[in-house]
Design a binder for this molecule. Structure first.
Ligand SMILES: [Zn+2]
Length: 110
């Protein structure tokens, strides 16, 4: 089931010490990890509503984890950055691109 938010929680950025207006949804696919107290965090999808600055910072951090430049307690496996509003057609097109494996066209194009 999709994450949902209370309306009052959507008016300011989820970034630490940031109260700017959110512009983006950052969706991360995370592997299993441990928090700072050693509790297991289940693998899954995380959603954050972020202003432009925090979105860029979070994406840069996530890319560093993916690139294994930094060790993270919760490994990032993938991410999607989206605007807050999408058209129905854009949602449909995005959903089509998320599949279990990369679609291979077996017909030769040459
Ligand atoms: Zn922010």
């Amino acid at each position: 089931m999709a994450s949902s938010f209370h309306a009052e929680d959507t008016t300011s950025c989820f970034g630490l010490h940031c109260d700017r207006e959110p512009k983006f949804r950052l969706i991360t696919l995370d592997g299993e990890g441990e928090d700072s107290e050693g509790n297991t965090i289940e693998a899954g999808v995380g959603i954050a509503l972020l202003c432009r600055e925090c979105a860029i910072n979070q994406v840069e951090n996530a890319l560093e984890v993916i690139g294994e430049k930094v060790q993270s307690d919760v490994p990032t496996l993938g991410l999607v950055l989206l605007p807050l509003q999408l058209t129905a057609d854009q949602v449909h097109q995005l959903k089509e691109e998320i599949s279990e494996s990369v679609p291979i066209n077996r017909k030769s194009v040459h």
